[in-house]
Design a protein around this ligand. Structure first.
Ligand code: SF4
Length: 359
């Protein structure tokens, strides 16, 4: 079938429908129809992916943009997504691709080997599966990740974590790090604002922490008046500590008005700082703020002696002071994966910018 790749994680149901089991929507799809995410389609009694090998564009991003602050700081990762999405967030910050159709974007076809070659050519240390949710094009992400790992590159999955227990193990098998969006801490927000549910996301987070070695960080985009109350943030932090632990980095990032949420103000810096203060007071050791300039809220401190270890401004690293994974002052370990060797005050890791690349 032209432009389509056989999909996985589905079964036939009844005489004329297929059930997709990749994400908790479990779409029941009739002949000639698409699932909610658009790129998984039923033709001739089978489920197909229209997203396989069809990136909507590439960029070489600093890994801090994912955001990942405790995983190879300062490297660039070749970042790409496709079109479509399995969530329906009214505030989507990437809606031009998540809501697009492939015929609208005129997508070129690429192989996993071509993606990996492009990453190497542009000096990237790895590949990030991102922008729209890579869960819906898991078949391609897995195939690229396999080739990338064999070539010595790392793999980073940026996701909302809305994936079934059935598909999780294979999706994450070749991933080295992930950032999971925890969009709020109420089912009401998930249901009304993202058209999905909270529980499966929490299950994915717990599973990642308990069952895998994938380095995990979590991001919550704070939207004024919707998910930025002290009580909700406090409950999220309590759950976080109990189920993920104090060493998993948590990012609070600023919303800007977009897509169907143009009537709300941009998140004030004071809101992000308040959320960070709540998280730190509860015991979360590495809490960051994003999408604003805030050196204090973007810097990594030694959890033992408080020394400045990685000083950042937005995505740029200003100072890097680690001996492998250890504090240069007291020798305490810092959770995550850092560059080998001793670095003290160098400005070696300072990409801080992104650039678009093409094949
Ligand atoms: S991946 Fe797409 S088709 Fe499959 S259940 Fe989720 S939204 Fe539906």
């Amino acid at each position: 079938m032209t432009g389509l790749h056989p999909a996985r994680w589905w079964h036939a149901e009844g005489a004329s429908k297929v059930r997709c089991t990749l994400c908790p929507r479990y779409c029941l799809i009739g002949e000639g129809q698409s699932g909610f995410c658009y790129i998984r389609q039923h033709h001739d009694g089978r489920l197909w992916s229209a997203g396989y090998g069809r990136p909507s564009g590439f960029a070489a991003d600093p890994i801090e943009k994912k955001p990942l602050n405790h995983f190879l700081p300062g490297v660039r990762v070749l970042s790409f997504g496709t079109v479509g999405c399995n969530l329906g967030c009214k505030f989507c910050q990437n809606w031009d691709i998540s809501k697009a159709r492939d015929e609208e974007r005129g997508l070129a076809s690429v192989t996993p080997e071509e993606v990996v070659a492009l990453a190497r050519r542009t000096g990237c240390a790895g590949i990030a599966y991102t922008y729209n949710d890579p869960v819906i094009w898991a078949e391609f992400a897995i195939d690229v990740a396999r080739v990338a790992r064999a070539a010595g590159l790392v793999n980073v999955l940026v996701t909302a974590g809305y994936v079934t227990a059935e598909a999780r193990p294979e999706l994450f098998e070749h991933m080295d790090a992930t950032n999971v969006d925890l969009k709020a801490f109420t089912e009401e927000f998930y249901h009304r604002i993202t058209l999905s549910h909270l529980a499966p996301v929490l299950e994915t987070l717990v599973w990642l922490r308990r069952e895998t070695a994938v380095w995990t960080e979590v991001t919550t985009l704070l939207i004024p008046g919707l998910n930025d109350g002290d009580e909700e943030i406090g409950r999220q932090c309590d759950w976080f500590l109990e189920h993920l632990g104090a060493d998993v980095p948590l990012h609070f990032t600023a919303f800007h008005p977009d897509y169907r949420m143009l009537d709300r103000e941009r998140t004030p810096a004071t809101t992000l700082r308040r959320a960070r203060a709540i998280a730190r007071a509860r015991g979360i050791r590495h809490c960051y703020v994003g999408n604003i300039h805030d050196r204090e809220g973007q810097t990594t401190f030694c959890p033992t002696c408080g020394a400045t270890l990685i000083e950042r401004d937005w995505h740029a690293i200003r100072r890097y002071r680690l001996d492998g994974n250890c504090c240069v002052e007291c020798g305490a370990g810092l959770p995550g994966r850092f560059h080998p060797g001793r670095h003290d005050g160098t400005e070696r890791h300072t990409p801080g910018t992104r650039f678009a690349v093409s094949l």
